[in-house]
Design a protein around this ligand. Sequence first.
Ligand code: NAP
Length: 275
Amino acid sequence: MKGIVFGAGFLGTRIANEFGYELVGREVNVLNSDFLSDFLDKEKPDIVVNAIGKTGRPNIDWCESHKEETFEANVTIAENLAASCSKKGIYFVHLGSGCIYRGNNNGKGYSEEDEPNLQGQFYAKTKILAEKRLKKFPCLQIRIRMPIDDRPHERNLIDKLVKYSKVLDAQNSMTTVPHMLSALEVLVERKKTGVYNLTNPSTISPAEIMQMYKEIIEPSHEFEAISLEKLDKETEAKRSNCMLNTAKLESEGIGLPEIPQSVEECLLGYMIYQK
Ligand SMILES: NC(=O)c1ccc[n+]([C@@H]2O[C@H](COP(=O)([O-])OP(=O)(O)OC[C@H]3O[C@@H](n4cnc5c(N)ncnc54)[C@H](OP(=O)(O)O)[C@@H]3O)[C@@H](O)[C@H]2O)c1
């Protein structure tokens, strides 16, 4: 099966390497529908994965002051790719985000059917809009949250948290990349369409991850655990803190390990690269 991944960033590269798909960067102008159509006709992929997106650097506050670029990457490009693939009968996978909620929905976690409730953040607005618009196409949308990998990368949550002196102590659903890849493999094999929360079950806090990092990798690492109320006062865009419900994924027989165990596995893998 021939696969093409658009977006040669953190997750796009991981997916392309894992599945042996071709990785396409900025050389293909995905905003130009004719150019994109010719490219797809020439390459004839069976599957296209969209890993293009603007998440902001150093963080999502960037999206507040770069709204046009964020909208173009997260909404316009996603819709262009989905429409082209749909016309040509190519199976299409889009990397969505679970960072579109706040809260834990009375302990149940938010399901794929729950209306997003995160206000006051432009990045989330674009991911919500893209998800809605892509629902009209027969594609798979996976909602990822705070990806944690078993190897260093500037976008790996572990690398990000290590740089912060103050770390949030609030429970969240998160995605470990090695397990995300295993789940994605099954969903793709079955040609699933629709929206899936692709997070590990249960929750963990960023501060708990740093405590585990201290115990497993760097005992001298120092950080201060802070509350959500305190973090809100220090950031421009409101951060998403939420729990997602993973029952839909589990109903497919895809049971990922709970997040604390999975983070520990990632940290043990990460340690090998640190030595
Ligand atoms: N990382 C996360 O925390 C996270 C969580 C949930 C969901 N996601 C979603 O996963 C997707 C990939 O995220 P990532 O973490 O892999 O981000 P990333 O490392 O920043 O990669 C994004 C890629 O998109 C490319 N890109 C951005 N704007 C583009 C444009 N206008 N035209 C063509 N290419 C463009 C970037 O190219 P340049 O480098 O040349 O700009 C980069 O290669 C995004 O849709 C994101 O919303 C990420």
